[in-house]
Design a protein around this ligand. Structure first.
Ligand code: PRP
Length: 211
């Protein structure tokens, strides 16, 4: 029997996913040990787990280096990859939003060539191009995005809002909602054909666990 490989996004999502996979009957004991290893094996069930950077999960799954991936919808949308999205796992729930100073409330459409700072240029581009039909200047950042409007780098940001604490503590507010986000279970298109039985059995187990 061939191994089925699952790519996990390192960090908080991985921990929640590991709990779920264990409940679904996989042996993830090796993953629980604190180590710097990046690849783990469940010999009994013939599964492999690889730990990758969140933004790389869709890449591993698209190329078939992993059959399955667990990743946030934000990362998935930003990657633009065409994968089978099998389950909304529900955890890691947050939303993508346009945020900025409160004074801009109700005035966003009036700003000519508004500058938008974001870690998610594809999501922002889709939103302004297809939904708002507004021409904006996108500025790609890699973190601490809330800083941009505070120092005049941009008028607004497109970013993830979870508790809203980061916005609040930096004097910013949500100006527009873009979409809801949460962790997704995705599958490579070829793997879905070749290993459909084992993959669907795992999907069914997880769906039952999620209720
Ligand atoms: C994320 C996101 C927001 C913050 C939202 O950043 O980009 O900044 O979390 O969470 P909150 O609404 O609960 O405050 P992350 O922690 O990934 O850090 P980064 O800005 O360095 O990317």
């Amino acid at each position: 029997m061939e191994y089925i490989t699952i790519a996990l996004a390192k960090g908080r999502l991985a921990e929640l996913t590991i709990d779920l996979l264990e409940q679904a009957g996989l042996d993830i004991s090796e993953l629980r040990e604190k180590s710097r290893k990046l690849i783990f094996t469940d010999e009994k069930n013939k599964f492999k787990f690889i730990l990758v950077k969140a933004t790389d999960v869709p890449v591993y799954v698209e190329y078939g280096a992993a059959d399955i991936g667990v990743v946030g919808r934000d990362t998935l949308l930003e990657s633009g990859k065409n994968l089978y999205e099998m389950i909304n796992l529900g955890f890691g729930a947050c939303r993508m939003a346009v945020a900025g100073p409160k004074e801009l409330e109700g005035h966003l459409d009036e700003i000519h060539n508004m500058r938008v700072a974001t870690k998610y240029p594809q999501i922002a581009k889709n939103y302004y191009h297809h939904v708002k039909k507004q021409s904006v200047e996108l500025i790609k950042l890699n973190g601490s995005v809330e800083l941009a409007p505070l120092v005049g780098l941009s008028e607004v940001i497109v970013d993830i809002v979870e508790s809203g604490k980061t916005l609040k503590e930096n004097g910013l507010v949500v100006l527009e909602e873009i979409c809801d986000l949460s962790a997704r279970f995705v599958v490579n298109r070829v793997s879905m054909k070749m290993e459909s039985e084992r993959i669907l059995a795992l999907v069914e187990k997880i769906k039952t666990l999620l209720g």
